[in-house]
Design a protein around this ligand. Sequence first.
Ligand SMILES: CC(C)(COP(=O)(O)OP(=O)(O)OC[C@H]1O[C@@H](n2cnc3c(N)ncnc32)[C@H](O)[C@@H]1OP(=O)(O)O)[C@@H](O)C(=O)NCCC(=O)NCCS
Length: 257
Amino acid sequence: MIREAISSDKRHILEFCQNTFSWGDYIEDVWDYWISEGILLVYVKNNPIGISHAVFLKDHVWIEGIRIDPDFRRQGIASKLVQQIETMALKNEIHASLMLIDSQNTPSLRMSENLGYKKYQTWNFYFLLPQKTNSPELSFGSDLKENEFPHYVKSWRWISLDKEITSHLNAKKCVIRSGTVNKSTAILEDSEHFKKTLIVTLFAESESNTTNLLSFLQNYGCEKNYHRIQILTKKRLPKIQNLDFKLSFHLMQKLLS
Ligand SMILES: CC(C)(COP(=O)(O)OP(=O)(O)OC[C@H]1O[C@@H](n2cnc3c(N)ncnc32)[C@H](O)[C@@H]1OP(=O)(O)O)[C@@H](O)C(=O)NCCC(=O)NCCS
């Protein structure tokens, strides 16, 4: 049976969502937030043995946090949860679905491909350590154009840069550009789930502009007392000190009908 999660499910879910990946898991940190957002589905067989969360955005449904108890995998449970979300999305007139999958996560990639998802884009995840640098003078602007880029990353969700979101970001003055030609652009936002964490969507162009932008970000992160800077970008970044490549992810897309 699939139903909306209730608070008492947390205990059962966390029993198998502590060490999902080599680095652990983040479900514990987001559970309360997700349950308050809604569309946190659980699959129940005596106890809850699977979850998935979804957010209905304007252009697509964002599916995240698919977790199945290791004792119950390969029984079609993740597929059923995803299909249930797709049905709900269609009822809400949403005709596309997106999810982000580690490019090394073969089970999840196969599961999504079996359901008709295709690799839409590949993104790289970097960790940048805040530190004092002789950074160039760059200033926050408000000149982001509607659909200049298809998406930006808000707390690990890919959000379409439509007119409303673009003007919201411009009003917040969280856009930085480096260079005059082949400008590199960064959109900065605080993580909604993790303290002192800056999430940067980086559209890298020339190597020198990108290097300047990274140096600015390190310095900015240090001045603002961030503990970590997470960078999501489609390109491979130039090598600079204390910039670590972590993983690459496939953004998987399915058109719903
Ligand atoms: C990935 C995961 C969600 C799949 O859940 P699941 O309920 O076992 O998936 P399903 O039974 O619906 O699998 C559907 C298809 O996906 C593919 N698949 C699933 N697991 C696989 C595996 N370990 N190896 C290869 N293919 C796999 C198969 O094609 C499978 O169909 P089949 O069993 O008929 O061959 C589960 O392994 C899991 O919780 N992993 C850890 C968390 C995770 O990676 N979550 C996704 C983050 S994006």
